[in-house]
Design a protein around this ligand. Structure first.
Ligand SMILES: Cc1cc2nc3c(=O)[nH]c(=O)nc-3n(C[C@H](O)[C@H](O)[C@H](O)COP(=O)(O)OP(=O)(O)OC[C@H]3O[C@@H](n4cnc5c(N)ncnc54)[C@H](O)[C@@H]3O)c2cc1C
Length: 480
């Protein structure tokens, strides 16, 4: 073994330079048990699905994520990272009274419906539901408890709140969260508090009430916990609903990469790992036909991709990893001259039962105004990509469908002045029924076989940016 090989064998390797791989490297630099490290990224850029482009007239066209929630442990953690990276001044907060936070629309039965956003909606009929919210609550209180390990979000909501809520609210919401089919996504994973509410207390309403009571008693401790944490605390006090970054979200991975490089991290672009082989005391990576040895690996790549790397040596692990499916999303950014929108809102979602070829439209220029122009993003495909567009649709066809749908639904007469079409293959993992149990089996396998492998990224603990950054923090803090 030569000197270089001996040095590498003491090194940790991080696989993937998306936001979770970069975050893993950032937190690993704080772990004294990790002495040296390298990050390998297959493509020629960092950021993964986070990609902010500029239109010819200067509007930001986000290809992937654009807004982040400030709430919860994950939201607070991301804002702490923003503070540490000195990106605070770039933040664009959207407070809860802003139209982009209050107004969320559903397009059903040929019209746009504003989702209930005030107390009055408890007692009056709210289209697209033909009953007031209070009647939906009564549904839940009366519905019997059924003990289950897991089920789809659709069937849970249909059972407890009614088919109209499952079809017109939850199904489009799941399209908005993960471009997925609510009939496949796990309720125990995505909405564990609602699921546990039924399992422990017999109904969602009773369970949430009990949680609220418990929280009231725990308030004192919570205030102490969050006070003094900079922007996260400011976001809580000022009731931020979401936030974005001036000039686009891609600044986050870029700044993170610059920070890591300035602290000596070796980020190797164009390094696609082709195989992983675990040997006693080290792991061997095959990259561009050459092999390197490392003491341990933190994988931030999609589970499906990791499955291919380990299949030969660990077929059972590969089977579990590849059972976490992904969906493809077509993203079409369009810009119109002037304000062409019927109202200020975050955007609208389309329930799958409408059988339309789009998942929804985000009104980017309401969230982050760009001069007087209107900027929209049409999301298409997801769980229905192949059904709606076949295996290999042309970008022209995708653009035609996106522009026609947006113009028809929003009553726009003008033609776009700029556009960008991107097809993001296998971009969002789907946490389908049984996901929690699958994660347990994966972790049990890794520990039973003593593999020096830690996992993070959107395949495991959630697809939001907050989830993946937190998953990276946990993955490296667990390394001893
Ligand atoms: C269209 C879209 C909209 C979204 N909107 C939001 C939003 O508004 N808010 C929000 O919170 N979240 C949103 N998300 C989710 C969020 O963007 C992702 O979950 C997150 O960016 C995933 O980051 P990651 O680092 O885990 O994975 P990735 O971004 O996939 O990064 C993985 C990296 O690993 C590299 N790689 C893969 N295989 C190998 C290999 N063999 N060797 C070396 N490198 C490899 C890839 O090139 C990639 O750079 C959205 C996602 C999409 C697709």
């Amino acid at each position: 073994m030569n000197n270089l090989q001996v040095r590498c064998i003491k090194m940790t390797v991080i696989l993937g330079g998306g936001i979770s791989g970069l975050s893993a490297a950032y937190y690993a630099l704080e772990n004294p048990r990790i002495s040296s490290m390298v990050l390998l990224e297959a493509s020629n850029r960092v950021g993964g699905w986070i990609c902010s482009n500029k239109s010819p007239n200067g509007a930001i066209f986000e290809q992937g994520p654009r807004t982040v929630r400030p709430r919860g442990p994950g939201g607070k953690n991301t804002l702490e990272l923003i503070d540490r990276l000195k990106l605070t001044e770039k933040l664009i907060p959207i407070v809860s009274s802003h139209p982009a936070a209050r107004n969320r629309l559903i397009y059903a039965e040929n019209k746009l419906h504003l989702l209930p956003n005030n107390l009055k909606s408890l007692f009056v009929k709210n289209s697209p539901f033909d009953r007031p919210l209070i009647s939906i609550l009564m549904n839940d209180i009366k519905a019997p408890r059924i003990s289950k390990e897991d089920e789809s979000i659709y069937s849970f909501v249909e059972r407890r709140l009614g088919k109209d809520v499952a079809d017109n609210l939850i199904s489009p919401m799941i399209c908005g969260i993960c471009a997925g089919d609510a009939k496949q996504i796990s309720v125990n994973f995505l909405m564990p508090s609602l699921f546990e509410a039924e399992q422990k207390h017999g109904s969602i309403a009773k369970g949430l009430l009990m949680n609220r009571v418990n929280q009231m008693f725990a308030t004192k401790t919570k205030v102490i916990e969050v006070s003094g944490s900079g922007t996260a605390e400011m976001a809580r006090k000022n009731k931020w609903a979401i936030w974005g970054l001036k000039d686009g979200l891609e600044q986050l991975p870029r700044t993170l990469a610059d920070n890591l490089k300035s602290r000596g991290l070796d980020i190797r672009l164009g390094n696609r790992c082709e195989r992983l082989t675990f040997k006693p005391g080290y792991v061997e990576l095959t990259i561009n036909g050459e092999t390197d040895k490392y003491s341990r690996i933190v994988s931030s790549i999609a589970a499906k991709n990791l499955a291919q790397l380990v299949r030969r040596q660990h077929p059972q692990l590969a089977r579990e990893l590849e059972a976490i499916p992904t969906v493809t999303v077509a993203v079409v950014n369009i810009q119109f001259s002037g304000n062409v929108l019927p109202m200020q809102a975050f955007g609208f979602l389309v329930p799958p039962k409408e059988n339309l070829p789009i998942l929804g439209v985000i009104f980017d220029s309401c969230v982050f105004p760009h001069e007087t122009d209107t900027v929209l993003t049409v999301m298409m495909g997801g769980a229905w990509f192949e059904k709606n567009f076949g295996e290999c649709p042309s970008k022209d066809e995708i653009l035609r469908v996106a522009v026609e749908s947006a113009k028809k639904i929003l009553g726009i007469k003008e033609s776009p002045v700029a556009h960008k079409v991107t097809i993001l293959r296998d971009c969002i993992p789907q946490h389908v029924v049984g996901h929690k149990q699958r994660l347990n089996r994966i972790h049990n396998y890794i520990s039973a076989h003593g593999l020096p492998l830690a996992l993070c990224g959107s395949s495991y603990q959630g697809v939001g940016l907050n989830d993946v950054i937190l998953s990276a923090k946990h993955a490296v803090s667990d390394i001893s």
